[in-house]
Write a protein that binds this ligand. Sequence first.
Ligand code: GDP
Ligand code: MG
Length: 447
Amino acid sequence: MGLFDIFRRHKKAAEAPASESTASESLTTAVSTHSSMTTAASASASGSTSRQASMASTAGSGMTSQSLSASLSTSQAASLSQSGPAASTSDSVSASVASQRQSAGSVATSSSLPAPASTAEGTDQAPASEEPAADQQEKKYDRGLEKSRTGFGARLNRFLASFRHVDEDFFDDLEDMLIESDVGYDMAMKLSDSLREEVKLENAKSKQEVSNVIIEKMVDLYEEAGRNENPDLQMAAQGPTVIMFVGVNGAGKTTTIGKMAALFKRQGKKVLLAAADTFRAGATEQLDVWAQRDGVDIVTGPENGDPAAVVFDAVQKAKREDYDVLFVDTAGRLQNKVNLMNELAKMKRILTREIPDAPHEVLLVLDATTGQNALNQAKLFKQSTDVTGIVLTKLDGTARGGIVLAIRNELHLPVKYVGLGEKVDDLQKFNASDFVYGLFKGLVEVD
Ligand code: GDP
Ligand code: MG
């Protein structure tokens, strides 16, 4: 799906009243035109919105199977981030729910441990007035990427201010602008190289046209680099799914586990946490606070004890007591690189011994605000651990959302979840289309 498809679709969704009948109608059309789209039916099962449906119908009208799977995973995303069947409510009700939630959150963030938003506290069922999940997700991205968007916008505007015509200086300035936005050196070069050959750029008359061409190219390259990436979490066919979290201290591992556990709990899953960061003072306690808030179980060990022992106890318990998901929190002392990697390898061995295809996911948690540093960390972890995906946290705190492009281009690891704030419901499944829209909204002009 190209840039302008994404923008038209979001625009259309914003204009259309979110009525469920429209959604299911266009969805049916999409399904019947494309018999291969059997999974699209899951969108209707999980309570699709008109936005998703229009996405599905765009898919029906001639998208590649690659971008098709991307749009299908959005419906899965919706079903994951959503706790129950979407009840259609009046916009005003859901808007007020959203704003209440927001204010609850902003109070909560003043404590050292962020409190979850009121909705997720020990609730198995979504409140009946839940806003359709996909709309909610779009808003989250919109808010969470505000800094990046304005940052990108300011840089792009500065760059275009000096634009007279496309010459060598133009490309030099473009490269600087892109690197400043954390898209990475490699991606910046790729982009400027392919723009040199872009006829549309030569013919662009206005600053807006130039801006559109640049962003369009960026999205094209981004989608190209993500081919064959699977943004979904791999779940065990049977028995407990084990998800291990790795990353340096402060990246957001523990917080992400707290948020993700709440997400699974709300889906009715039996969740167990393993506090295998036994090194950092207070780390076990921090995870325990999340376990209590989420209403899920936890296995802990003594401070400075063997983290592998905690993992062993937890995986045993998960098997014995039929847990659906086991989240393993780990230490992240990068100053002791070799030891850390050895510890992680040991934990993995224990997991695999107890459950042959575990861990099903090894998620590397990266702090988006650390930019190039996060990328270097990722390379390090990738070398010594079989990382299966990325959780990119604190996207709300950076003005350089371009890091997502750099990750995709340089690491070839799928970003599976993004952290868009500190509250329990600020963890969102990564959705490339929502991300692109959230990042470039206001910078792209669509007819
Ligand atoms: P860990 O050392 O990797 O376990 O990191 P923590 O989970 O303790 O998180 C470190 C800090 O980052 C905490 O203050 C979190 O509240 C904060 N944090 C985590 N994720 C996000 C996010 O998506 N957005 C923001 N703004 N803060 C986050
Ligand atoms: Mg931690």
